[in-house]
Design a protein around this ligand. Structure first.
Ligand code: PBG
Length: 338
């Protein structure tokens, strides 16, 4: 049948996809090394490295080796490194007081990093789980319930210990109510007016953290316990917006959604609603899934890794904490050279 002059199809979407130049021209998002935050597990000793079995390619390293990692981050343009300590089980107590030790592993690592690489941002986690004998993020009562306000007092002391050591960003990952405000007040009072707070605002009670708990050795302390009384229910979305609003009101400079890939809807909603620096954490279990599939030859490792980063950017994330950070930055650099 004649079509009376109306061209068909009226719009050819494939026209712009035909050649690399026009695909490049219309590309909306890009991944840069400056989008990355590299989480590193640290342990005591000298020249120590231990693989994390559930996270192929990830190691726990002693502080001297951490400095080498930091040097590579600087060379590759990764702006921030995040520290997660493996604490000697002899130092773990019900109240996690080791978190406030000015000569503890984290403050020593922060001082060494800031001395060697002043230009590299250093971020530390504020939560008690690496330090408690029961593996919870805070202090518990006789029933194992995590107590909000006494925990918050301890978290403020932990954050101040980190700030005194010179950390650039404190990142409360504990999900206690009011802790961002309390930490901000504590920092101001002690003159740490430049210390940034990246709040784990929408942190879900997720099974995707499994390999992380192996890496820091808190899984055996936690046992069959869960974190459902403080981390968010994966069923909820609106509640994440309330959490973010509260943390911003309390003085957070940046907010985070965690886990990452299964929660990109939350990243987008947070970015649209608040238009503040918004980050996502591609957590240990997400990393492990991609690694395992790639090791089996079921997925193309590098392609999936880069696609996952683009997905975070497209969802509105300003940056991503990811165990792939070094791999991504190396790949970006090689691409520029080639
Ligand atoms: C500790 C903390 C966790 C992670 C970051 N900080 C674990 C948890 O809440 O149990 C998880 C990170 C990951 O899985 O990569 N509060």
């Amino acid at each position: 049948m004649a079509n009376h002059g109306t061209p068909f199809p009226a719009i050819r979407m494939r026209r712009m996809r035909r050649d690399p130049f026009s695909r490049a021209l219309m590309r909306e998002n890009a991944v840069n090394a400056s989008d990355l935050i590299y989480p590193v597990f640290i342990l005591e000793g000298v020249n120590q490295r231990e693989p994390v079995l559930s996270m192929p390619g990830v190691e726990r390293v002693s502080v001297d080796l951490l400095l080498k990692v930091a040097g590579e981050c600087v060379a590759l343009g990764i702006p921030v490194l995040a520290l997660f300590p493996v604490i000697d089980s002899a130092l773990k107590t019900p109240d996690g007081i080791e978190a406030t030790n000015p000569d503890g592993l984290v403050p020593r690592a922060v001082r060494a990093l800031k001395q060697a690489y002043p230009e590299l941002g250093v971020l530390t986690d504020v939560a008690l789980d690496p330090y408690t004998s029961h593996g919870q993020d805070g202090l518990i009562d006789d029933n194992g319930y995590v107590l909000n306000d006494v925990t918050t007092e301890m978290l403020v002391r932990q954050a101040l210990t980190q700030a005194d050591a010179g950390v650039d960003v404190v990142a409360p990952s504990d999900m206690m109510d009011g802790r961002v405000g309390a930490i901000r007040a504590g920092l101001e009072e002690k003159g740490h007016i430049h210390t940034r707070i990246m709040a784990y605002s929408a942190k879900y009670a997720s099974a995707f953290y499994g390999p992380f708990r192996d890496a820091v050795g808190s899984a055996k302390n936690l046992g069959k316990g869960d974190k459902n009384t403080y981390q968010m229910d994966p069923a909820n979305g609106d509640e994440a917006l309330r959490e973010v609003a509260l943390d911003l009101r309390e003085g957070a400079d940046m907010v985070m959604v965690k886990p990452g890939m299964p929660y990109l809807d939350i990243v987008r909603r947070v970015k649209d609603e608040f238009k503040v620096p918004t980050f996502a954490y591609q957590v240990s279990g997400e990393y492990a899934m991609i690694k395992a599939a790639a090791q089996n030859g079921w997925l193309d490792h590098d392609k999936v890794m880069m696609e996952s980063m683009l997905a975070f950017k497209r969802a509105g994330a300003d940056g991503v904490l990811t165990y792939f950070a070094l791999d991504i930055a190396r790949k970006l650099k090689a691409g520029q050279a080639g």
